[in-house]
Design a protein around this ligand. Structure first.
Ligand SMILES: [Zn+2]
Length: 132
């Protein structure tokens, strides 16, 4: 059987203080350390699978702060994009969601009946008060 090749894309959220990143040598930056950790973990886990070859191809960083139609879920605080108001500048490789009553909700925390509810299930639990 012929070998097949797939591109597996994984996204990670990396929160770091930009003031502390400035002046840090590249090899000590969190994104480079994460790249090395992912490669080391993949190599360790696949060490018993000589038929599988994994090679790093690329990585990119997309700042989320200040992007249009992006915010944090009012319930679980995960990053979410408003699928109903996406623009060309909206990063869409994060959780899908929408804005309800002026606040972001991820698809698992949209209320019953919302068309973007995850698997058609709605969330009717508590929503923490907004920070003022
Ligand atoms: Zn949520």
């Amino acid at each position: 059987m012929a070998t097949t090749t797939d591109l597996l894309t994984v996204s990670l959220l990396v929160e770091q203080n930009p003031a502390e990143v400035t002046g840090v040598p590249f090899f000590l930056r969190a994104d480079e350390q994460i790249r090395k950790a992912v490669l080391a973990a993949v190599a360790a886990i696949l060490s018993e699978r000589p038929d599988v070859r994994v090679e790093w191809v690329s990585s990119s960083i997309v700042p989320l702060d200040g992007k249009p139609a992006v915010g944090r879920c009012a319930v679980c605080n995960c990053w979410v994009y408003d699928a109903e108001n996406v623009t060309d500048q909206t990063p869409t490789r994060i959780s899908c969601g929408a804005v309800v009553d002026g606040r972001y909700r991820c698809d698992e925390h949209l209320p019953h009946g919302h068309p973007l509810c995850f698997a058609g299930r709605g969330y009717d639990g508590p929503v923490p008060d907004a920070e003022v």
